[in-house]
Design a protein around this ligand. Structure first.
Ligand SMILES: *Cc1c(COP(=O)(O)O)cnc(C)c1O
Length: 431
């Protein structure tokens, strides 16, 4: 459930205050477990782009190296004899991953990449009929999701123009209102085959109440899928309890597993043994006991594992394992608690700038956002963004006028946030 009341903090607009917060921060020590990119002068940059590509944990190197060593020394025998036997390597990761998203291990598998998994999920859960063939998405859904959805609708012989419903914010507003979303599902529900929404919208940072959407959609007979690329590792997701039919996410954003890292798929337990669901199959989704007999008919594994196609890329999974070991040590609850405070501090400082050109489009309700704030700078072009980049800020620019910043609780500090706002303020004076 999304709560209504914000936690009130007593913040101060001073470097001393920020430094003191870092001192008393119980998670502050984890910053040292990451490589913080340096500016050209050798100073650490102010990295606020973990929503796009998370930083490298220092332990990643040894996890990958371990597998290279085992491969070097054991060859094919590494499948069973390496320190983390490759045959079952993905299983231990599925368990850690399940904890991060609030799912059961049987509901979670780490495989492929996000858009691949989105297609595999839709193969099973987008089953259009003449009466019910639409997919509901956000109008500003991530481009890859839009393309994937369009191609699925066309693939089934429907016209994307009619087959895709786009949930829009109202005129002159940036966020989707609950009332509008629920009314849309109520009105169009019987023609919607699949509701596919982002958990946290990549552009606005709006975090949706997944359970509320799933309940509403299921009442109307729709299937529910979530793209959690910007939610996982960022907010506490109770994916099992949400009741979603399937979900997908990548691991290179908040999960710090490296560029293009291996992604994940969630399939709700209620579908674990459902052999009637159509799916695309491969040998790694087949019963482990008879997988190597090679001549048997397909016998699907129970749960999300049954959606696997290929034997997993161990060198790609090692960084995921390295990262999840940190997440499991810290726990999403503690991370989220720090995250709420850190982002609220950013919001507090931005409000203090007191400049009419600035508007935060992300919800001000702490429970309706993750760590990211999307800052609209009216009448600005990319000049301001280039200025702050020159000063060592790594953030993200979205045309026409939005800067996205994501203070990540695992490695960003209150000082990062303070320094960023100082630099932004100086930049504003110069444009
Ligand atoms: C990052 C992101 C993607 C990227 O997809 P890949 O298949 O990993 O390239 C897709 N959808 C959303 C919502 C994202 O945030």
């Amino acid at each position: 459930m999304i709560e209504n009341n914000n936690i009130a903090f007593r913040f101060e607009n001073s470097l001393d205050f920020a430094l003191n917060e870092d001192q008393i921060d119980a998670l502050g020590k984890y910053r040292g477990e990451f490589w913080i990119p340096k500016q050209s002068g050798g100073k650490e940059s102010i990295y606020l782009c973990g929503n796009s590509l998370g930083l490298q944990p220092k332990n990643t190197f040894s996890y990958v190296n371990q597998e290279l060593e085992d491969w070097k020394n054991l060859g094919v025998n590494g499948h069973v004899k390496s320190s983390n036997p490759w045959l079952s390597y993905h299983e231990s990761i599925s368990e850690s991953m399940a904890k991060v998203v609030g799912a059961k291990p049987i509901e979670t598998v780490v495989m492929n990449t996000l858009t691949n998994n989105l297609h595999l999920g839709m193969v099973s859960f987008y089953r259009p009929s003449k009466k019910r063939y639409k997919i509901l998405i956000e109008s500003d859904a991530f481009p890859s999701d839009r393309y994937a959805v369009e191609s699925q609708v066309s693939f089934h012989g429907y016209n994307p123009k009619e087959g895709i419903l786009k949930m829009k914010a109202r005129e002159n507003e940036s966020l989707i209102r609950w009332k509008d979303l629920e009314e849309c599902i109520e009105r169009e529900g019987e023609s919607i085959a699949l509701i596919l929404l982002g958990g946290v919208n990549y552009y606005t940072g709006q975090y949706f109440d997944l359970k509320r959407i799933a309940e509403k959609g299921h009442k109307k007979g729709c299937m529910i899928g979530f793209d959690l690329a910007h939610a996982v590792g960022n907010v506490e997701i109770n994916l099992h309890d949400s009741g979603a039919d399937f979900a997908v996410w990548c691991t290179y954003k908040y999960l710090n597993s490296g560029p293009g890292a291996i992604a994940a798929l969630f399939v709700h337990e209620r579908h674990a043994q459902n052999d009637d669901l159509p799916r695309f199959t491969g040998w790694w989704g087949h019963n482990k006991k008879t997988r190597f007999n090679m001549r048997k008919e397909f016998d699907s594994l129970s749960g999300a594992e049954g959606w696997q196609l290929s034997n997993p890329p161990i060198l790609g999974l090692a960084p995921v394992k390295a990262s999840l070991d940190i997440f499991n040590k810290v726990g999403m609850r503690a991370l989220r608690a720090k995250s709420i405070k850190l982002t609220s501090y950013l919001e507090f400082l931005l409000d203090q700038i007191n400049d009419e050109r600035i508007r935060i489009i992300t919800p001000s309700n702490q429970w309706e956002r993750g760590c990211q704030l999307s800052i609209q700078i009216k009448k600005s072009d990319k000049k301001l963004f280039d200025m702050i980049t020159d000063e060592g800020v790594v953030a993200d620019w979205r045309e026409p006028d939005v800067i996205r910043v994501a203070p990540v609780p695992l490695y960003n500090s209150f000082k990062d946030v303070f320094d960023f706002v100082q630099i932004l303020q100086d930049g504003l004076k110069r444009i």
